[in-house]
Design a protein. Sequence first.
Length: 261
Amino acid sequence: MSDWTKKLFIDHSDLFLKLMNERWSRTEELVNGMVKVLSNFGVTSGNLLDLCCGNGRISIYMAKKGFKAVGVDISRAFLEDARRKAEEHRVSNMVTFLEGDVRNLKKVAGRVSQNFDVVVNAWTSIGYFSPEDDLNVFKQARELSREGAVLFIAETMHSDFLSLKFTPTAYTEVDNIVMLENRKYDPTTSQISSSWAFYNKRGEDLMFIDRIEIENHAYSISELSSLLRKACWEPVAFYGNLSTCQPMTPLTSLNVVARAR
């Protein structure tokens, strides 16, 4: 993710907040699945680190399950909304939201805790930096976690799915905001080039707001597993759906469970 693209995410946080809010309705089921997986490892409470937390849906629902959560995100608007939602859900005493770049994770989150029991990275929050940057983020997360801690990479895209089901266009409408997406996928590099055009819908008319150009990498299972092992996380399970613990297939999203070693 370039600094210019990062700035656009921050400048247009109100647009992305609308998209994020659409995912809140399915978060409780996702967290229930995560809690079930954690119980299999004997983890029923503790400290949770939420990477690229957005407006806090994972942190807040995990706090309602008894976990003390720390969410990190680069967008102040996302975090302000997360704090409001934490108050609405009456878990403000269980969550801390920190503004900062996850590439500087130890500096941002290390002052709060260096003994996390759970680390979460949800909804395609990886692949926007270089693989070296992603490796560095997961290394820092490991250094901030206890031995045996559990890492979830949840609801993310992967190259096997794109090879079978890639679609070059997408349409999303939330309230009065319309997002038109045009994508190109290079299977030789697993790189996705996307153009997101945002419009304000007024009756039958669409009023252009802005356009964002995004480059991101879709990991394969083997590629992501190798990266995690280099960061001292050992993958132990792959699911297509964490809510139901459905096994992963090439036609599902990718959900990885790993242990700190």
